[in-house]
Design a protein around this ligand. Sequence first.
Ligand code: UGA
Length: 443
Amino acid sequence: MNVCIVGTGYVGLVSAACFAEMGNTVTCVDVNPDVVKTLQAGKVHIYEPGLEELVRRNYAEGNLIFTTSLAEGMERAQFVFITVGTPSRPDGSCDLCYVEQVAREIGQHMHKPVIVVDKSTVPVGTADRVRGIISDELAKRGVDIEFDVVSNPEFLKEGDAVNDFMKPDRVVVGTESEKSAEYLRTLYAPFARSREKMIVMGVRSAEMTKYAANCMLATKISFINEVANICERVGADVRDVRIGIGSDHRIGYHFIYPGVGYGGSCFPKDVKALINTAHEYDFRPELLESVDNVNDRQKLRMAERILDYFEPQGGVAGKTLAIWGIAFKANTDDTREAASLAMIKELTAKGMRIRAFDPVAGEKVKPLFENDPLVEIVDKQYEAVEGAQALLVVTEWNQFRTPDFDRIKASLSAPILFDGRNLYPPSMMAELGFAYFCVGRPD
Ligand code: UGA
């Protein structure tokens, strides 16, 4: 089949590469000529395991085409996927300017029937809005072309996106048209092999499904973080509690790891956007508001503990903290809404010096701190701890899981370790002589 994908971020590029891998011809359109040039050179501008190889191979075979021209992309396309960003506005609502701009251009370039597929995460009602914009553009041109706007939300996790696309738990398609549903069934057949994996529903229900899924997952994380905070105070161990509750199959073990709060481009934005939508409809979503507040608090929890620890020693001003991990989670270079950044802001405001290392995101955040004399981003893991007063682990990169504790101890001015991800056993840390602080466990 012939597919056009507009926007080459995580979602767009992964979808394009996976569709191309199954023999479809996929044209990726991006407004940024530098991104298009990078992709044409066989390089990928984002870090996503397995993606570069897929892109390079399919580009070489001619299944993937990169261009800045939507007209070229739409020339033979049966589907046009919208996979552009939907950032948050300061009030938490979803900014649809990019989606609307693409919709206008689709209307301007459409010359034959096409299925427009909304894959960006957009508030309920957006597909109808996109349909309206395209119809207006067609009317301006005085042409009448059959098209449908379908909602097909993505459920990819950064760091595992190729795998998630290739073996999805489900493919949700929102459309009132049986013909569009059949076309999408064919396109997704190699991925959603069993028919039950393809779930067809109304367009608004599909849009809502995406938000409900992310809000449910975010709720699980805020819930376990709340439990962890209570565990710390009552002398319980959240690791045991997690296993104790997870063994009930209605609860399950997945996605209830306490930590530094959820970050990334999805959960914080989507929880806020659904809260905003509810407000627009005069409904106060109290549970979601709490999920959001609990998360904001959790992001600063470790910073709070660091401030408390150093308080009796004259505070943190002038002291140096080593940080391991800047990305919002492991296996990604993404630092959007990362807890590390919230903590750095909090601690530097109190005069603390930061020396941070991240195996992949480090290079990317260097410009952020170029003019900040208190923050240094270093290229080597152990360089960060050299002479620092304490180490804080924020991201669960594999290389932090079994570090050289003797080396850390020898490098720090005192063996103090704050662990935002519960990577190490407290008993072992005590034996090694560390003052060790983690999440939801007795210190
Ligand atoms: C999330 C969803 O998992 C995807 O299904 C969805 O498609 C995607 O958002 C999206 O809407 O595009 P992602 O943001 O890549 O994917 O990251 P996750 O792996 O879900 O992690 C989100 C955050 O939760 C991270 O900060 C992670 O550290 C945190 N987390 C996750 C926990 O603190 N505890 C857990 O048990 C799990």
